[in-house]
Write a protein that binds this ligand. Structure first.
Ligand SMILES: [Zn+2]
Length: 253
């Protein structure tokens, strides 16, 4: 596990290669992916089949998940097409990435027992097209007052090389996203840009401490990187509301 946190009654986690590939892409062994997903649920203390996945397409649509009876209920085989998801009842949400940028949200609402949860898949396309704005807007529509965001592992601005025309076009849409790689070629800064976008939306960005500068997927073999490995493997950002704490020995006679 790369990182875990607790906040406002919610739990936040980012997996790494230790938990294995969690994406059911073409080319992945379905039995192995299913085994990794089950093991992850066991490790987090979640019921089998409770993690909700999206079919991510670099878009900006936001889907809502609930533990039962929801119009957008899904199974791993019928994940809805979306790049952001919200849960109002603590249903565990997953976003899968390898270089693209995962964002987890925990949103407090006055008078509610559980916080609102959200995940977003923000690669270059999603960042430029407004997936973070859509997610924050959907949370506020549902009564969110105070929003906190976690920016997960992603390729850093010193490693994400793009063609010059792509850098120029991206900078026209989102000034400041353009950067230069450590080898002096055109680059884009996804994590830095995501932070500026979130702060502009009045989202508090949680600071995981001094390790944050070291969360580049390309530079860490413990993380999956499409650029480095041309892999279909993906790690996960996860947010959920854990069951209430029960003291050990509760059932002891
Ligand atoms: Zn890097």
């Amino acid at each position: 596990m790369w990182f875990t946190d607790r906040f406002a009654g919610a739990a936040v986690a980012f997996t790494d290669a230790t938990e294995g590939n969690l994406a059911a892409h073409t080319g992945a062994d379905p039995a192995q992916v299913a085994a990794h997903r089950r093991a992850l649920e066991v490790g987090l203390g979640l019921a089998a089949g409770s993690l909700r996945y999206m079919h991510q397409v670099h878009g900006t649509d936001v889907v809502t998940f609930a533990s039962n009876g929801s119009a957008s209920r899904s199974t791993p085989l019928e994940a809805p097409v979306a790049d952001a998801a919200i849960s109002e009842d603590g249903t565990p949400l997953v976003v899968l990435t390898a270089d693209c940028l995962p964002v987890i949200f925990v949103a407090e609402r006055p008078g509610a027992d559980t916080p609102l949860l959200a995940v977003a898949h923000a690669g270059r396309r999603g960042l430029l097209d407004g997936v973070l704005q859509n997610t924050v807007g959907a949370l506020r529509e549902r009564g969110a007052t105070t929003l906190t965001g976690w920016i997960g592992p992603a390729i850093c601005g010193a490693c994400y090389e793009v063609p010059e025309d792509m850098r120029a076009e991206s900078a026209r849409m989102l000034p400041g996203i353009d950067t230069e790689t450590s080898w002096h070629s055109p680059g884009l800064d996804l994590p830095g840009t995501a932070r500026r976008v979130l702060e502009g939306l009045r989202v508090r960005v949680a600071d995981p401490g001094s390790a944050r500068s070291d969360w580049c997927t390309l530079e860490h073999t413990q993380l999956y990187s499409y650029r480095r490995d041309k892999t279909t493997s993906r790690h996960a950002g996860i947010v959920w509301v854990p069951p209430a704490f029960e003291p050990a020995g509760k059932d002891t006679p």
